[in-house]
Design a protein around this ligand. Structure first.
Ligand code: UD1
Ligand code: CA
Length: 460
Protein backbone atom coordinates (compact mmCIF):
# COMPACT_ATOMS: atom_id res chain seq x y z
CA UNK A 1 0.00 0.00 0.00
CA UNK A 2 1.34 3.43 -0.85
CA UNK A 3 1.74 6.10 1.77
CA UNK A 4 -1.21 8.07 3.05
CA UNK A 5 -1.23 11.49 4.60
CA UNK A 6 -3.90 13.39 6.48
CA UNK A 7 -4.44 17.13 6.29
CA UNK A 8 -6.26 18.51 9.31
CA UNK A 9 -7.66 22.03 8.94
CA UNK A 10 -7.27 23.98 12.14
CA UNK A 11 -6.38 27.54 11.20
CA UNK A 12 -9.71 29.16 12.05
CA UNK A 13 -10.13 31.37 15.08
CA UNK A 14 -13.43 30.04 16.30
CA UNK A 15 -14.86 33.48 17.05
CA UNK A 16 -18.15 32.03 18.24
CA UNK A 17 -16.44 30.22 21.10
CA UNK A 18 -15.90 33.68 22.63
CA UNK A 19 -12.71 32.47 24.19
CA UNK A 20 -9.06 33.39 24.53
CA UNK A 21 -8.16 29.82 23.72
CA UNK A 22 -7.95 28.80 20.03
CA UNK A 23 -11.05 26.74 19.25
CA UNK A 24 -9.25 23.50 18.52
CA UNK A 25 -7.57 23.57 21.95
CA UNK A 26 -10.84 23.38 23.86
CA UNK A 27 -11.12 20.00 25.50
CA UNK A 28 -13.45 17.06 25.57
CA UNK A 29 -12.73 14.18 27.96
CA UNK A 30 -9.21 15.43 28.61
CA UNK A 31 -8.09 15.85 25.01
CA UNK A 32 -8.22 18.97 22.89
CA UNK A 33 -10.41 18.91 19.79
CA UNK A 34 -7.24 18.97 17.69
CA UNK A 35 -5.89 15.90 19.46
CA UNK A 36 -9.11 13.96 18.86
CA UNK A 37 -9.04 14.92 15.19
CA UNK A 38 -5.40 14.01 14.59
CA UNK A 39 -5.82 10.79 16.54
CA UNK A 40 -8.75 9.69 14.38
CA UNK A 41 -6.81 10.41 11.19
CA UNK A 42 -3.82 8.39 12.39
CA UNK A 43 -6.09 5.59 13.56
CA UNK A 44 -7.66 5.52 10.11
CA UNK A 45 -4.26 4.62 8.72
CA UNK A 46 -2.65 7.91 7.78
CA UNK A 47 1.11 7.62 8.18
CA UNK A 48 1.44 11.23 9.18
CA UNK A 49 -0.60 14.33 9.59
CA UNK A 50 -0.15 17.85 8.26
CA UNK A 51 -2.06 20.25 10.46
CA UNK A 52 -2.94 23.59 8.91
CA UNK A 53 -2.51 26.22 11.62
CA UNK A 54 -3.08 29.94 11.81
CA UNK A 55 -4.75 31.41 14.88
CA UNK A 56 -2.86 30.49 18.06
CA UNK A 57 -0.46 28.39 16.01
CA UNK A 58 2.30 28.11 18.64
CA UNK A 59 -0.06 26.74 21.23
CA UNK A 60 -1.76 24.37 18.81
CA UNK A 61 1.58 23.09 17.55
CA UNK A 62 2.85 22.62 21.10
CA UNK A 63 -0.11 20.53 22.19
CA UNK A 64 -0.03 18.32 19.11
CA UNK A 65 3.74 17.84 19.12
CA UNK A 66 3.62 16.75 22.71
CA UNK A 67 1.12 13.99 22.02
CA UNK A 68 2.02 12.88 18.50
CA UNK A 69 5.72 13.75 18.15
CA UNK A 70 7.00 13.60 14.60
CA UNK A 71 3.83 12.05 13.24
CA UNK A 72 2.51 15.62 12.95
CA UNK A 73 3.93 18.46 10.90
CA UNK A 74 2.44 21.87 10.37
CA UNK A 75 1.58 24.17 7.50
CA UNK A 76 0.91 27.83 8.10
CA UNK A 77 -2.15 29.54 6.66
CA UNK A 78 -1.67 33.16 7.55
CA UNK A 79 -4.92 34.45 6.11
CA UNK A 80 -8.00 32.26 6.16
CA UNK A 81 -9.08 32.39 2.53
CA UNK A 82 -11.22 29.28 2.63
CA UNK A 83 -10.93 25.53 2.99
CA UNK A 84 -9.47 25.15 -0.51
CA UNK A 85 -6.79 27.67 0.33
CA UNK A 86 -6.04 25.86 3.60
CA UNK A 87 -5.48 22.56 1.78
CA UNK A 88 -3.38 24.36 -0.81
CA UNK A 89 -1.14 25.67 1.98
CA UNK A 90 -0.64 22.12 3.28
CA UNK A 91 0.15 20.76 -0.16
CA UNK A 92 2.52 23.56 -1.11
CA UNK A 93 4.38 23.53 2.19
CA UNK A 94 4.44 19.81 2.97
CA UNK A 95 3.20 17.58 0.16
CA UNK A 96 4.91 18.62 -3.06
CA UNK A 97 4.50 15.86 -5.66
CA UNK A 98 2.85 13.52 -3.15
CA UNK A 99 0.82 10.96 -5.07
CA UNK A 100 -0.53 8.71 -2.33
CA UNK A 101 -3.97 9.13 -0.77
CA UNK A 102 -4.76 12.29 1.12
CA UNK A 103 -7.32 12.38 3.88
CA UNK A 104 -8.72 15.83 4.66
CA UNK A 105 -10.48 16.45 7.97
CA UNK A 106 -11.29 19.31 10.34
CA UNK A 107 -9.70 20.00 13.68
CA UNK A 108 -13.08 20.79 15.22
CA UNK A 109 -14.81 17.50 14.48
CA UNK A 110 -13.79 15.34 17.44
CA UNK A 111 -16.38 12.56 17.32
CA UNK A 112 -15.23 11.10 14.03
CA UNK A 113 -13.73 7.63 14.47
CA UNK A 114 -10.77 5.99 12.78
CA UNK A 115 -12.67 3.11 11.13
CA UNK A 116 -15.15 5.53 9.53
CA UNK A 117 -12.33 7.55 7.98
CA UNK A 118 -10.57 4.34 6.95
CA UNK A 119 -13.44 3.73 4.49
CA UNK A 120 -12.42 6.91 2.69
CA UNK A 121 -8.81 5.78 2.50
CA UNK A 122 -9.85 2.39 1.13
CA UNK A 123 -11.65 3.98 -1.84
CA UNK A 124 -9.69 4.46 -5.06
CA UNK A 125 -11.92 7.18 -6.47
CA UNK A 126 -10.21 10.54 -7.08
CA UNK A 127 -12.53 11.85 -4.36
CA UNK A 128 -14.32 9.97 -1.58
CA UNK A 129 -16.34 11.71 1.09
CA UNK A 130 -18.71 11.30 4.02
CA UNK A 131 -22.22 12.67 3.92
CA UNK A 132 -24.88 13.02 6.57
CA UNK A 133 -28.43 14.27 7.05
CA UNK A 134 -29.52 17.21 9.16
CA UNK A 135 -33.07 18.25 9.96
CA UNK A 136 -31.90 21.83 9.68
CA UNK A 137 -29.21 22.03 6.98
CA UNK A 138 -28.81 25.82 7.24
CA UNK A 139 -25.21 26.93 6.79
CA UNK A 140 -23.89 23.63 5.46
CA UNK A 141 -22.77 22.68 1.98
CA UNK A 142 -25.52 20.69 0.23
CA UNK A 143 -24.93 17.41 -1.54
CA UNK A 144 -26.23 17.66 -5.09
CA UNK A 145 -26.80 14.20 -6.57
CA UNK A 146 -27.32 13.23 -10.22
CA UNK A 147 -28.54 9.71 -10.92
CA UNK A 148 -27.74 8.84 -7.32
CA UNK A 149 -24.08 9.94 -7.62
CA UNK A 150 -22.75 13.03 -5.91
CA UNK A 151 -22.18 15.59 -8.63
CA UNK A 152 -21.34 18.69 -6.65
CA UNK A 153 -21.42 20.38 -3.27
CA UNK A 154 -23.11 23.77 -3.21
CA UNK A 155 -22.41 26.06 -0.28
CA UNK A 156 -25.42 27.42 1.57
CA UNK A 157 -24.73 31.01 0.52
CA UNK A 158 -24.44 30.01 -3.13
CA UNK A 159 -27.41 27.64 -3.19
CA UNK A 160 -30.69 28.11 -5.03
CA UNK A 161 -33.92 27.77 -3.01
CA UNK A 162 -34.35 24.24 -4.40
CA UNK A 163 -30.81 23.31 -3.35
CA UNK A 164 -31.36 24.81 0.09
CA UNK A 165 -34.19 22.33 0.58
CA UNK A 166 -31.67 19.44 0.39
CA UNK A 167 -31.06 17.98 3.83
CA UNK A 168 -28.10 15.83 2.87
CA UNK A 169 -25.10 17.92 3.88
CA UNK A 170 -21.32 17.95 3.75
CA UNK A 171 -19.58 17.24 7.06
CA UNK A 172 -16.24 18.20 5.46
CA UNK A 173 -14.35 14.90 5.58
CA UNK A 174 -12.75 13.61 2.38
CA UNK A 175 -10.03 11.49 0.85
CA UNK A 176 -8.43 12.43 -2.45
CA UNK A 177 -6.01 10.92 -4.85
CA UNK A 178 -2.86 13.00 -4.38
CA UNK A 179 -2.34 13.70 -8.06
CA UNK A 180 -5.94 14.71 -8.59
CA UNK A 181 -5.84 16.92 -5.51
CA UNK A 182 -2.83 18.90 -6.70
CA UNK A 183 -4.17 19.42 -10.20
CA UNK A 184 -7.64 20.35 -8.98
CA UNK A 185 -6.45 22.80 -6.32
CA UNK A 186 -4.76 24.83 -9.04
CA UNK A 187 -8.08 25.27 -10.82
CA UNK A 188 -9.97 26.69 -7.83
CA UNK A 189 -11.20 30.26 -8.02
CA UNK A 190 -12.98 32.72 -5.78
CA UNK A 191 -16.04 33.27 -7.95
CA UNK A 192 -18.55 32.53 -5.21
CA UNK A 193 -20.70 34.26 -2.65
CA UNK A 194 -17.97 34.32 0.01
CA UNK A 195 -15.00 35.13 -2.25
CA UNK A 196 -13.15 32.11 -0.81
CA UNK A 197 -11.35 29.14 -2.30
CA UNK A 198 -13.84 26.34 -1.71
CA UNK A 199 -12.43 22.86 -1.21
CA UNK A 200 -15.92 21.65 -2.00
CA UNK A 201 -15.52 22.75 -5.62
CA UNK A 202 -13.17 19.79 -6.11
CA UNK A 203 -16.12 17.44 -5.93
CA UNK A 204 -17.57 18.60 -9.25
CA UNK A 205 -14.12 18.22 -10.87
CA UNK A 206 -13.72 14.57 -9.90
CA UNK A 207 -14.75 12.05 -12.52
CA UNK A 208 -15.99 9.70 -9.80
CA UNK A 209 -17.02 10.40 -6.21
CA UNK A 210 -17.49 7.63 -3.62
CA UNK A 211 -19.73 8.58 -0.73
CA UNK A 212 -20.41 7.03 2.66
CA UNK A 213 -23.44 8.11 4.63
CA UNK A 214 -22.74 8.40 8.36
CA UNK A 215 -24.91 9.31 11.36
CA UNK A 216 -24.84 12.97 12.28
CA UNK A 217 -23.55 12.24 15.79
CA UNK A 218 -20.21 11.12 14.42
CA UNK A 219 -19.60 14.21 12.33
CA UNK A 220 -20.82 17.02 14.54
CA UNK A 221 -18.58 20.02 14.19
CA UNK A 222 -18.03 22.50 16.99
CA UNK A 223 -18.54 26.22 16.58
CA UNK A 224 -19.62 27.40 20.01
CA UNK A 225 -19.59 26.36 23.63
CA UNK A 226 -23.02 24.81 23.46
CA UNK A 227 -21.89 22.45 20.70
CA UNK A 228 -18.71 21.76 22.66
CA UNK A 229 -20.80 20.67 25.65
CA UNK A 230 -23.08 18.55 23.48
CA UNK A 231 -20.17 16.78 21.80
CA UNK A 232 -18.61 16.34 25.23
CA UNK A 233 -21.71 14.52 26.37
CA UNK A 234 -21.64 12.20 23.36
CA UNK A 235 -17.94 11.51 23.80
CA UNK A 236 -18.26 10.80 27.52
CA UNK A 237 -21.05 8.38 26.87
CA UNK A 238 -19.05 6.66 24.14
CA UNK A 239 -16.07 6.24 26.46
CA UNK A 240 -18.23 4.94 29.32
CA UNK A 241 -19.96 2.47 27.00
CA UNK A 242 -16.62 1.23 25.74
CA UNK A 243 -15.39 0.43 29.26
CA UNK A 244 -18.75 -1.08 30.19
CA UNK A 245 -18.59 -3.35 27.14
CA UNK A 246 -15.16 -4.42 28.29
CA UNK A 247 -16.59 -5.42 31.69
CA UNK A 248 -16.42 -2.34 33.92
CA UNK A 249 -19.34 -2.00 36.35
CA UNK A 250 -20.51 1.53 35.59
CA UNK A 251 -23.63 2.46 37.52
CA UNK A 252 -24.84 5.26 35.25
CA UNK A 253 -23.31 5.55 31.77
CA UNK A 254 -24.46 9.13 31.43
CA UNK A 255 -23.03 10.34 34.71
CA UNK A 256 -19.38 9.34 34.75
CA UNK A 257 -16.53 11.39 33.29
CA UNK A 258 -13.72 9.16 32.10
CA UNK A 259 -10.80 10.85 30.39
CA UNK A 260 -9.39 9.57 27.13
CA UNK A 261 -6.21 8.29 28.78
CA UNK A 262 -7.85 6.51 31.70
CA UNK A 263 -8.35 2.78 32.14
CA UNK A 264 -11.16 0.98 33.95
CA UNK A 265 -10.58 -2.75 34.21
CA UNK A 266 -13.29 -5.42 34.12
CA UNK A 267 -15.21 -5.68 37.39
CA UNK A 268 -14.01 -2.30 38.58
CA UNK A 269 -17.04 -0.41 39.88
CA UNK A 270 -17.55 3.28 39.10
CA UNK A 271 -20.55 5.06 40.59
CA UNK A 272 -22.35 8.20 39.51
CA UNK A 273 -20.62 11.55 39.43
CA UNK A 274 -17.11 10.10 39.35
CA UNK A 275 -14.48 12.00 37.34
CA UNK A 276 -11.40 10.11 36.19
CA UNK A 277 -8.77 12.39 34.70
CA UNK A 278 -5.24 12.22 33.35
CA UNK A 279 -3.88 8.69 33.29
CA UNK A 280 -6.02 7.29 36.07
CA UNK A 281 -6.24 3.50 36.23
CA UNK A 282 -8.85 1.55 38.19
CA UNK A 283 -8.03 -2.12 38.63
CA UNK A 284 -10.43 -5.04 38.72
CA UNK A 285 -12.51 -5.30 41.84
CA UNK A 286 -11.79 -1.76 43.00
CA UNK A 287 -14.81 0.38 43.83
CA UNK A 288 -14.91 4.13 43.30
CA UNK A 289 -18.01 5.43 45.01
CA UNK A 290 -20.12 8.47 44.21
CA UNK A 291 -18.52 11.81 43.45
CA UNK A 292 -14.83 10.90 43.55
CA UNK A 293 -12.49 13.08 41.47
CA UNK A 294 -9.22 11.36 40.57
CA UNK A 295 -6.37 12.66 38.44
CA UNK A 296 -3.42 10.44 37.58
CA UNK A 297 -4.32 7.99 40.30
CA UNK A 298 -3.70 4.26 40.28
CA UNK A 299 -6.33 2.38 42.28
CA UNK A 300 -5.30 -1.22 42.89
CA UNK A 301 -7.48 -4.30 43.01
CA UNK A 302 -10.04 -4.43 45.79
CA UNK A 303 -9.46 -0.89 47.00
CA UNK A 304 -12.50 1.13 48.03
CA UNK A 305 -12.79 4.87 47.64
CA UNK A 306 -15.70 6.12 49.73
CA UNK A 307 -17.81 8.97 48.31
CA UNK A 308 -16.21 12.32 47.54
CA UNK A 309 -12.60 11.33 47.67
CA UNK A 310 -10.39 13.79 45.77
CA UNK A 311 -6.97 12.49 44.76
CA UNK A 312 -4.14 13.39 42.40
CA UNK A 313 -0.88 11.73 41.32
CA UNK A 314 -1.24 9.01 43.91
CA UNK A 315 -1.12 5.24 44.30
CA UNK A 316 -3.78 3.41 46.23
CA UNK A 317 -2.71 -0.10 47.19
CA UNK A 318 -4.71 -3.29 47.00
CA UNK A 319 -7.65 -3.39 49.43
CA UNK A 320 -6.82 0.06 50.79
CA UNK A 321 -9.69 2.34 51.81
CA UNK A 322 -10.03 6.09 51.50
CA UNK A 323 -12.59 8.68 52.51
CA UNK A 324 -15.33 9.77 52.56
CA UNK A 325 -14.37 13.43 52.00
CA UNK A 326 -10.64 13.01 51.90
CA UNK A 327 -7.94 14.68 49.86
CA UNK A 328 -4.90 12.74 48.67
CA UNK A 329 -2.42 15.18 47.19
CA UNK A 330 0.45 14.28 44.85
CA UNK A 331 2.88 11.50 45.75
CA UNK A 332 0.62 9.83 48.25
CA UNK A 333 1.34 6.12 48.21
CA UNK A 334 -1.00 3.96 50.25
CA UNK A 335 0.16 0.43 51.01
CA UNK A 336 -1.90 -2.71 50.83
CA UNK A 337 -4.86 -2.76 53.21
CA UNK A 338 -4.06 0.68 54.58
CA UNK A 339 -6.72 3.21 55.41
CA UNK A 340 -7.13 6.96 55.25
CA UNK A 341 -10.50 7.79 56.74
CA UNK A 342 -12.72 10.83 56.55
CA UNK A 343 -11.59 14.45 56.44
CA UNK A 344 -7.91 13.73 56.06
CA UNK A 345 -5.29 15.35 53.85
CA UNK A 346 -2.13 13.62 52.71
CA UNK A 347 0.80 14.73 50.57
CA UNK A 348 4.09 13.10 49.52
CA UNK A 349 3.64 10.28 51.96
CA UNK A 350 4.24 6.55 51.97
CA UNK A 351 1.76 4.80 54.23
CA UNK A 352 2.85 1.21 54.91
CA UNK A 353 0.83 -1.96 54.70
CA UNK A 354 -2.14 -2.03 57.07
CA UNK A 355 -1.42 1.41 58.55
CA UNK A 356 -4.31 3.70 59.43
CA UNK A 357 -5.06 7.39 59.50
CA UNK A 358 -8.70 7.29 60.39
CA UNK A 359 -9.97 10.78 61.10
CA UNK A 360 -9.25 14.45 60.49
CA UNK A 361 -5.49 14.34 60.08
CA UNK A 362 -2.86 16.16 58.02
CA UNK A 363 -0.11 13.81 56.91
CA UNK A 364 2.47 15.53 54.71
CA UNK A 365 6.03 14.41 53.89
CA UNK A 366 5.59 11.18 55.82
CA UNK A 367 7.53 7.92 55.75
CA UNK A 368 5.20 5.62 57.60
CA UNK A 369 5.94 1.94 58.19
CA UNK A 370 3.57 -0.99 58.51
CA UNK A 371 0.85 -1.42 61.13
CA UNK A 372 1.03 2.20 62.27
CA UNK A 373 -2.00 3.87 63.83
CA UNK A 374 -2.39 7.62 63.57
CA UNK A 375 -5.16 8.97 65.78
CA UNK A 376 -7.80 11.59 65.15
CA UNK A 377 -6.65 15.13 64.53
CA UNK A 378 -2.94 14.38 64.25
CA UNK A 379 -0.90 16.92 62.34
CA UNK A 380 2.46 16.45 60.69
CA UNK A 381 4.07 19.88 61.06
CA UNK A 382 6.17 19.51 57.93
CA UNK A 383 6.83 23.14 57.05
CA UNK A 384 8.95 25.61 58.95
CA UNK A 385 8.12 28.50 56.69
CA UNK A 386 11.12 27.87 54.45
CA UNK A 387 11.61 24.14 53.96
CA UNK A 388 9.56 20.95 54.08
CA UNK A 389 10.74 18.21 56.46
CA UNK A 390 10.03 14.52 56.79
CA UNK A 391 8.24 12.70 59.58
CA UNK A 392 9.30 9.07 59.88
CA UNK A 393 7.16 6.62 61.79
CA UNK A 394 8.62 3.13 62.03
CA UNK A 395 6.57 -0.08 62.03
CA UNK A 396 3.96 -0.52 64.72
CA UNK A 397 4.03 3.07 65.99
CA UNK A 398 0.92 4.48 67.70
CA UNK A 399 0.27 8.22 67.56
CA UNK A 400 -2.41 9.35 70.02
CA UNK A 401 -5.12 11.72 68.91
CA UNK A 402 -4.54 15.45 68.57
CA UNK A 403 -0.76 15.17 68.55
CA UNK A 404 1.54 17.33 66.50
CA UNK A 405 4.74 15.87 65.12
CA UNK A 406 7.18 18.68 64.37
CA UNK A 407 9.39 17.52 61.51
CA UNK A 408 12.12 16.52 60.91
CA UNK A 409 11.37 13.77 63.37
CA UNK A 410 11.54 10.00 63.73
CA UNK A 411 9.42 7.84 66.00
CA UNK A 412 11.12 4.45 66.50
CA UNK A 413 9.57 1.05 66.02
CA UNK A 414 6.63 0.23 68.26
CA UNK A 415 6.80 3.53 70.16
CA UNK A 416 3.76 5.32 71.60
CA UNK A 417 3.01 9.00 71.45
CA UNK A 418 0.42 9.99 74.04
CA UNK A 419 -2.65 11.97 72.96
CA UNK A 420 -2.33 15.71 72.80
CA UNK A 421 1.46 15.71 72.63
CA UNK A 422 3.61 18.11 70.68
CA UNK A 423 6.62 16.04 69.70
CA UNK A 424 9.74 17.96 68.79
CA UNK A 425 12.50 15.40 69.43
CA UNK A 426 12.98 11.88 68.08
CA UNK A 427 11.27 9.09 70.02
CA UNK A 428 13.31 5.90 70.51
CA UNK A 429 11.87 2.50 69.62
CA UNK A 430 9.42 1.11 72.15
CA UNK A 431 9.32 4.35 74.18
CA UNK A 432 6.26 6.30 75.33
CA UNK A 433 6.54 9.97 74.49
CA UNK A 434 4.27 12.45 76.16
CA UNK A 435 4.56 16.17 76.21
CA UNK A 436 1.59 17.73 77.90
CA UNK A 437 0.96 19.31 81.28
CA UNK A 438 -0.04 17.03 84.13
CA UNK A 439 -3.76 16.92 84.82
CA UNK A 440 -5.07 18.42 88.07
CA UNK A 441 -8.63 17.71 89.38
CA UNK A 442 -10.14 20.22 91.86
CA UNK A 443 -12.93 18.37 93.66
CA UNK A 444 -16.26 20.22 93.87
CA UNK A 445 -14.89 23.21 92.02
CA UNK A 446 -17.42 23.19 89.16
CA UNK A 447 -20.52 24.10 91.19
CA UNK A 448 -18.58 26.81 93.09
CA UNK A 449 -17.52 28.28 89.81
CA UNK A 450 -21.06 28.18 88.42
CA UNK A 451 -22.49 30.01 91.48
CA UNK A 452 -19.85 32.69 91.20
CA UNK A 453 -20.60 33.27 87.53
CA UNK A 454 -24.36 33.45 88.07
CA UNK A 455 -23.93 36.01 90.85
CA UNK A 456 -21.81 38.15 88.55
CA UNK A 457 -24.49 37.91 85.83
CA UNK A 458 -27.27 39.12 88.22
CA UNK A 459 -25.18 42.11 89.29
CA UNK A 460 -24.74 43.14 85.70
C1 UD1 B 1 -17.26 23.98 5.25
C2 UD1 B 1 -17.70 23.42 3.91
C3 UD1 B 1 -19.18 23.07 3.97
C4 UD1 B 1 -19.45 22.11 5.10
C5 UD1 B 1 -18.94 22.68 6.41
C6 UD1 B 1 -19.05 21.65 7.49
C7 UD1 B 1 -16.29 24.53 2.29
C8 UD1 B 1 -16.20 25.60 1.27
N1 UD1 B 1 -17.45 24.40 2.89
O1 UD1 B 1 -17.97 25.16 5.50
O2 UD1 B 1 -19.58 22.47 2.75
O3 UD1 B 1 -20.82 21.82 5.20
O4 UD1 B 1 -17.56 23.03 6.26
O5 UD1 B 1 -18.62 22.19 8.68
O6 UD1 B 1 -15.36 23.82 2.50
N2 UD1 B 1 -10.50 26.40 7.95
C9 UD1 B 1 -9.18 26.73 7.80
N3 UD1 B 1 -8.83 27.73 6.96
C10 UD1 B 1 -9.76 28.41 6.22
C11 UD1 B 1 -11.11 28.06 6.38
C12 UD1 B 1 -11.46 27.06 7.25
O7 UD1 B 1 -8.31 26.14 8.45
O8 UD1 B 1 -9.35 29.29 5.47
C13 UD1 B 1 -10.86 25.35 8.88
C14 UD1 B 1 -11.61 25.89 10.09
O9 UD1 B 1 -10.71 26.16 11.15
C15 UD1 B 1 -12.55 24.75 10.44
C16 UD1 B 1 -12.81 24.08 9.10
O10 UD1 B 1 -11.77 24.48 8.24
O11 UD1 B 1 -11.94 23.79 11.27
C17 UD1 B 1 -14.17 24.43 8.53
O12 UD1 B 1 -14.26 25.80 8.35
P1 UD1 B 1 -15.63 26.57 8.45
O13 UD1 B 1 -15.41 27.99 8.11
O14 UD1 B 1 -16.31 26.22 9.71
O15 UD1 B 1 -16.49 25.84 7.32
P2 UD1 B 1 -17.23 26.47 6.07
O16 UD1 B 1 -16.21 26.94 5.08
O17 UD1 B 1 -18.25 27.42 6.52
CA1 CA C 1 -16.14 29.81 6.08
Amino acid sequence: MSATVAIVLAAGKGTRMRSELPKVLHQIAGWSLAEWSVNAALEAGADRCVVVVGHGRERVEGVLRERFGDRVTFALQEEQLGTGHAVRCAVEQRLQRFDGRVLVTYGDCPLIQGPTLAQLLASDAPCALLTTHRDDPTGYGRMVRKDGQIAAIVEHKDATPEQRAICEVNPGLYAFDGGFLQRALEQLDMNNAQGELYLTDLVAMAERVDDFVVPIDEVRGINDRRELAECGELMRRRIAERWASAGAAIEDLGAVYIGADCEVQPDARIDAGVHLRGKTRIESGAHVDVGCVLRDVHVSAGAYLHPYTVAAESQIGAKAQVGPFTHLRPKTNLGEGSKVGNFCETKKTNLGKGSKVNHLAYVGDGEIGEGVNIGAGVIFCNYDGVKKHTTTLEDGVFIGSDSQLVAPITVGQGAYVASGSTITRDVPADALALSRTKQENKEGYASRLRRRMEAAKKKA
